[in-house]
Design a protein around this ligand. Structure first.
Ligand code: PMT
Length: 222
């Protein structure tokens, strides 16, 4: 059996995309399937954690031993995470959260008109950054989806969002990142820590990632 490195601990994982409504039948979203986040939640539960999975709209089954809370928008996700934050020991932000949402959400279906159209957007709250600012004892693990200069942007997110670890995937690589059953990542931590993992199934990767981080961190010291 695997060591229960997270027994007695509460882990909050976010997964999947968010949807930002334009009108009752349209929304902005991204290609996240939820697979990586659901794998992180499954691995945390296997390691003995009380696991809460805050999920955007996806069609995956709930992993064994995991409590799932469905949300739709970035704002819904922010509120759901905030409600669990104080009692959490570890937060893993795997979700692909929208950075922008429409300023006006139309209450009726928008009609076609002659000529083009412009959608005005505003920034959503950066949930990870907010958690970094309000952190008391929690271990904060972010993901980063990059298409170029992966190491540079991942290290920047580690600093700027006050995360303890950033798990970076180069989503321009085939079979890594969005939708695939496998992923290949590099973990960045404070003090220049860096470790790369080879391509492997998302569940296997999730187990190794949490195993690595929990061996490096003694949560009892926090
Ligand atoms: O779901 P899958 O199909 O399995 O795909 C997995 C994945 C590619 C979505 C996943 O591995 C991944 O990389 N998730 C993070 C995607 C992302 O939004 O990265 P980012 O670099 O834009 O954001 C960096 C971090 O800030 C992330 O932890 C993100 O959750 C967080 N963030 C971003 C914006 C925002 N408004 N709030 C946030 O908390």
């Amino acid at each position: 059996a695997r060591p229960k490195l997270l027994a007695g601990r509460k882990v909050v994982v976010t997964a999947g995309p968010t949807r930002e409504r334009i009108d009752p039948v349209r929304f902005l979203t991204n290609f996240s399937s939820g697979k990586m986040g659901y794998a992180m939640a499954e691995a945390a539960a296997e390691m003995g954690a009380e696991t809460v999975l805050i999920s955007g709209p996806v069609t995956l089954p709930v992993p064994k031993g995991v409590q799932r809370i469905f949300v739709e928008s970035a704002e819904d996700m922010l509120n759901a995470v905030n409600a669990e934050y104080e009692t959490a020991d570890v937060v893993v932000k795997t979700a692909a959260v929208a950075d922008y949402r429409p300023i006006d959400v139309h209450s009726q279906k928008m009609k076609k008109q002659a000529g083009g159209s412009t959608l005005e957007l505003e920034r959503t709250t950066d949930i990870l950054q907010h958690l970094g600012k309000t952190k008391t004892h929690q271990l904060l693990i972010g993901f980063a989806a990059e298409t170029n200069d992966v190491a540079h942007y991942a290290k920047d997110k580690l600093e700027r969002k006050n995360a303890d670890y950033i798990i970076a995937n180069d989503v321009s690589e085939a079979q890594a990142g969005f939708e695939s059953d496998t992923n290949r990542v590099t973990v960045y931590g404070k003090g220049g820590f860096e470790q790369s993992f080879e391509m492997m199934p998302k569940l296997e990767l999730a187990r190794r990632l949490l195993g690595l981080i929990m061996e490096k961190e003694d949560l009892h010291d926090r």
